[in-house]
Ligand binder design. Structure first.
Ligand SMILES: Cc1cc2nc3c(=O)[nH]c(=O)nc-3n(C[C@H](O)[C@H](O)[C@H](O)COP(=O)(O)OP(=O)(O)OC[C@H]3O[C@@H](n4cnc5c(N)ncnc54)[C@H](O)[C@@H]3O)c2cc1C
Length: 329
């Protein structure tokens, strides 16, 4: 059964991670009616502790989300729907004006309820896409078993705990060199595994070699370990290189099938291109968090950018209502 929330709202926020929750909080505090639709699949669910969020260093990621949701829902104009967004359809100008949207811009947002929640439908003046990213790890049979414990993807988030350990960096993308430099701050015992991909240029390999970092270009067979502890990386030829943990560079995908025919501009990594206010190439649709360039960063950055884009959205709606143009001067 669909829970029809026909009363028009200000913004439908897709995604209840730090970016979406932070934007939602700012917008309800601006007296806006806001709905957050969240499918409860945060990318960092593989991990037990989140690091580096001021006042919450070491807190479980799910705890951060729980507190964020409670703070948002404490406001009378907040709605939090446990739902997977299925569809975002632009209203025609006449439809938008008819529901009271003064600038003739609006969207119908439909979601399928999860965990026993009803399906939802909202009519919103603006849409904020804060859906994070899904990630694809290199296809090694046991890699998931060590991801979030021995192997991580965010060097800034989890480098400290790996100080002075024998580490691996595994990836097949052209940014491996920069990541290796960053990891060298934490451990000089680092092997970069390209899994057969030609992604570290010879001059980069020479620079890494000069600081004691080896590049291993042979294909990988699997990650090996004893009980829950990672002990090494096994190459396709059978050799095992002892490593106790490290970093992996997943490939990321922006999950925005719900935008349907609306053709949001993407960059070369597939991330959603936004202007300096956070608006996408589709008027009225904004995006924030890991899903926009430069891609995955940290919880506190996602939350900070959520607050920044919320302020721009609020001003856009004020200006749209008054017909005074878009530029914040
Ligand atoms: C293993 C791991 C460990 C990490 N550790 C740290 C750390 O220690 N410290 C740190 O600062 N950062 C850490 N990060 C990075 C941090 O998790 C991200 O930068 C941050 O969560 C990004 O926030 P976000 O709101 O953009 O996206 P997310 O937190 O991914 O939230 C996106 C939300 O959108 C929802 N969603 C997606 N599609 C839909 C849809 N169609 N309908 C409704 N909802 C949808 C998802 O279910 C999810 O809840 C880690 C990341 C990973 C993968």
């Amino acid at each position: 059964m669909t829970d029809l929330r026909e009363a028009p709202i200000g913004v439908a926020v897709i995604g209840g991670g730090p970016a979406g929750l932070s934007a939602g909080l700012q917008l309800v505090r601006a007296n806006r009616r806001i709905a957050i639709l969240d499918s409860n699949r945060p990318r960092h669910s593989a991990t037990l502790q989140s690091h580096g969020f001021l006042t919450r260093d070491g807190a479980p990621p799910l705890e951060l989300r729980r507190i964020g949701r409670e703070e948002f829902e404490a406001y009378p104009t907040a709605t939090f729907a446990q739902a997977v967004t299925r569809e975002v359809v632009p209203l025609s100008r006449d439809e938008a004006l008819a529901v009271g949207f003064p600038d003739g811009l609006g969207f119908r947002v439909r979601g399928t309820g999860i965990r026993g929640s009803a399906d939802v439908e909202f009519i919103a003046r603006r849409v904020l896409v804060a859906a994070g990213l899904t990630e694809e790890l290199p296809p090694l049979p046991m890699i998931r078993a060590y991801y979030g414990t021995a192997l991580h993807s965010c060097v800034e988030c989890d480098g400290f705990e790996k100080t002075d350990k024998p580490l691996a960096l595994i990836g097949e993308t052209s940014d491996l060199f920069g990541r290796a430099l960053l990891i060298s701050r934490f451990s000089s015992d680092l092997v970069v595994f390209t899994n057969g991909a030609d992604t570290v240029r010879p001059e980069q390999e020479a620079q890494l070699s000069a600081i004691g970092i080896r590049v291993e270009r042979r294909p990988i067979d699997d990650i090996v370990g004893e009980r829950a502890e990672m002990t090494g990386v096994r190459l396709a030829d059978g050799e095992v290189i002892p490593r106790v943990g490290g970093f992996v560079r997943p490939r990321w995908h922006a999950p925005i099938e719900f935008m349907g025919a609306a053709d949001l501009e993407r960059d070369e990594w597939g991330l959603i291109v936004v202007d300096e206010r956070g608006e996408t190439s589709v008027r009225g649709v904004y995006a924030v968090g890991d899903i926009v360039p430069p891609g995955p960063q940290q919880l506190i950055i996602a939350a900070g950018n959520g607050a920044r884009v919320a302020a721009k959205l609020n001003m856009d709606m004020i200006r749209g209502a008054l017909g005074v143009g878009m530029v914040d001067e």
